[in-house]
Write a protein of this length. Structure first.
Length: 502
């Protein structure tokens, strides 16, 4: 209890409150700017935290981490440009809502779902961090391969109406994931002699092209259409009926996002994509997804923010970063002379409680900021297209070029802008392509690592209980549509007439 009291006491310190507030506001801003993600910002600001001390430095970086995921949803909803890769799934339904004049409704739901997911993951950290860390520690390459395979099995269900089109787009994404240097063999694949492609294709320029540039091309092809702007609805917040409708999506995605966040290297983007697929799978309104379903905003936002708290569990309890940003936070702890691991729970409980309380405070702060500023942000949709989209194009170029200062990333963005435009014209969804790109590399690498561990004997996969369970779940998810169809036919079949009854 002394650790709890000491950790919560930091919220009474004006300096610590200022640190958390400034980190939260900065996180929302950088999260909304395409290309300038939370991980990039924490890396840039890491040297500034050296003189702050362990508790303020971790509170500052942790607040940026929490708020950046929420900030990414702002531009994803308003201009179809995910400010952070984890907000890519939010754009699938958030932007169609904005086009229908419901930007305020989408932003309000994003704010509340993000806060609930973030607070849920912090509570899980407080209650079950040692147990969850031990479960994550049992995951090796075979388990990660099975989990990635489960994610790829959802390609037929995520986004769009046509399952075959989704599988084609997903396979294209997996193919794109193979570009670059193979870490196992050292062979360069599909680089065409360009050194810039040796490390693969960056997710930021791909997302910026698929969403922002393709939308700009769509808008350019509709210059003769006069858009109808619904100013009143654009600034309207979600109703109680909306929250009741999204309750199942938020609760399910919070649990799913926390679990995926605990597993090192998966991250918030994977959590959001899988959550979107599962939200659609269990929704009663599947036909609304991709056209402006508010559940399609609530699910991914709850999941990607829940993954933030989940990823801190292996970082603090095991010293294993759960994501890129937590790797930077881990470096900040090491610089401060703090060695993360199981001993932290006994030797420095006050520091752990300080981390928990600062992340909890950050979630509450951006909840208030988001609800009060949602109507203000929603008015961006009222800006004339002739002014809005040239500005979006400039920000997209800066966002693609910024992370690595590479012109190749700008060209990649432009190419995928055309790809996204063609996808839309022929009824393909970008969602499976993004999931294939995110999970493809992990699938390949973990398969190779697993076969090396098993001495090329693939039957050894079935000696791992967690792998067997994940394989079974994957098989059931693939067979679910067929099983449901057979059951429906069985229930709809009329009983045969008894000749003796006549």
């Amino acid at each position: 209890m002394s650790g709890f009291a000491g950790g919560m006491a930091i919220l009474l310190d004006p300096y610590m409150l200022w640190v958390i507030l400034s980190g939260t506001v900065l996180g929302v801003i950088v999260g909304a700017l395409p290309g300038l993600s939370g991980s990039t910002t924490t890396a840039l600001l890491l040297p500034l935290t050296i003189g702050m001390g362990p508790v303020p430095s971790v509170a500052f970086l942790g607040s940026i981490y929490c708020a950046a995921n929420f900030g990414g949803s702002i531009t994803a909803i308003l201009i179809n440009t995910p400010g952070d890769p984890s907000a890519s799934a939010t754009a699938y339904d958030g932007y169609p809502m904005a086009k229908k004049g419901e930007a305020g409704r989408a932003l309000g739901m994003s704010t509340v779902a993000s806060a609930i997911g973030g607070i849920f993951s912090v509570v899980v950290m407080i209650v079950a961090a040692p147990l969850l860390a031990r479960a994550a520690y049992n995951f090796g390459p075979p388990e990660y391969f099975a989990l990635a395979l489960f994610g790829l099995s959802m390609l037929g269900a995520i986004g769009g109406e046509g399952g075959i089109r989704n599988l084609i787009a997903g396979a294209f994404g997996v193919l794109l994931a193979t570009i670059g240097l193979d870490l196992t063999t050292g062979v360069e694949r599909f680089t065409f002699g360009l050194p810039e492609l040796s490390e693969g294709i960056g997710i930021v320029p791909v997302l910026t092209g698929l969403f922002a540039i393709s939308e700009m091309l769509v808008q350019a092809s509709q210059l003769h259409v006069v858009p109808e702007r619904l100013a009143l609805d654009a600034v309207r917040l979600p109703s109680l009926a909306d929250f009741r409708k999204c309750a199942k999506a938020i609760s399910m995605s919070s649990v799913l996002g926390t679990f995926i966040g605990i597993l090192p290297a998966l991250g918030a983007t994977t959590a959001a994509l899988i959550s979107y697929s599962e939200t659609k799978r269990w929704s009663r309104h599947k036909e609304e997804f991709g056209k402006g379903a508010i559940e399609g905003v609530a699910g991914p936002e709850a999941a990607n923010n829940a993954a933030v708290g989940g990823s801190m569990v292996p970082t603090l309890a095991l010293g294993i970063p759960g994501s890129t940003t937590t790797a930077i936070i881990l470096a900040a702890l090491l610089v401060q002379g703090v060695r993360p691991g199981p001993h932290l729970f006994n030797e420095q409980p006050t520091l752990l409680w300080a981390v928990f309380s600062s992340m909890l405070a950050s979630n509450l702060i951006y909840l208030v900021l988001g609800l009060f500023a949602a109507k203000l942000f929603a008015r961006i949709t009222l800006i004339p297209d002739a002014l809005l989209w040239p500005a979006v194009f400039v920000f997209a170029i800066v966002g693609a070029y910024g992370p690595d200062q590479s012109l190749m990333d700008v060209w990649v963005m432009l190419v995928f802008g055309v790809v996204g435009f063609v996808f839309r014209r022929f009824g393909f969804s970008p969602a499976p392509l993004v999931m294939g790109l995110v999970l493809g590399k992990m699938t390949e690498e973990t398969l190779k690592q697993s076969l090396l561990i098993f001495d090329q004997n693939w039957l050894m996969f079935f000696t791992r209980p967690i792998v067997v369970v994940l394989f079974a779940i994957t098989l059931l998810s693939l067979m679910a549509p067929l099983i449901v169809k057979v059951l429906r036919r069985a229930f709809r079949r009329e009983p045969a007439l008894d000749p003796l009854s006549e």
